[in-house]
Design a protein. Structure first.
Length: 149
């Protein structure tokens, strides 16, 4: 099991606690919007913004934290993370922010304390890259759509 460390940003509202798994089988821990002034924001249709979480993060070596959209917000309101999954590297120590975009057809209110994304912690394998002869496969160079619908 990996341990992800957090620090609160100065002045952050700590009452909502750290990211948490809402069910025993959850793969992602819910991350909340924590605004310095405790006021929400209205995100216009098509707009995007960096939503603060009030936290700084330290992911252990050999792991990454991935930020992903919450399915209910995506289905009901068109709220997504345009760079999903957003990767937080193990050597990053800055504030944890979530890039949120409104793909819906009307403004969406992001309230203080709202569960805005989910965070999945996953192992990382760093590859070695080199030039060499590629082996042949049944698919070969057939690209997009070549395996059927």
């Amino acid at each position: 099991m990996a341990t992800v460390l957090f620090e609160w940003v100065a002045g952050a509202d700590k009452s909502f606690g750290l990211p948490s798994y809402e069910t025993s089988g959850a793969a992602g821990a819910d991350v909340r919007a924590i605004f310095e002034d405790k006021q929400g924001v209205s995100l216009e249709s098509g707009a995007r913004m960096l939503v603060p979480t009030g936290l700084r993060i330290a992911v252990p070596d050999g792991f990454e934290a991935q930020l992903r959209p919450r399915s209910g917000l995506a289905l009901k309101h068109g709220i997504t993370l345009p760079n999903s999954p957003g990767t937080i590297d193990s050597d990053y120590r800055g504030p944890l922010g979530v890039i949120v975009q409104n793909g819906g057809d009307k403004p969406f209110e992001i309230t203080h304390g709202m569960r805005i994304a989910q965070m999945v912690v996953a192992p990382v394998v760093q590859a070695t890259f080199k030039v060499g002869a590629l082996d042949d496969t049944q698919r070969g160079t057939a690209g997009f759509g070549s395996t059927g619908t």
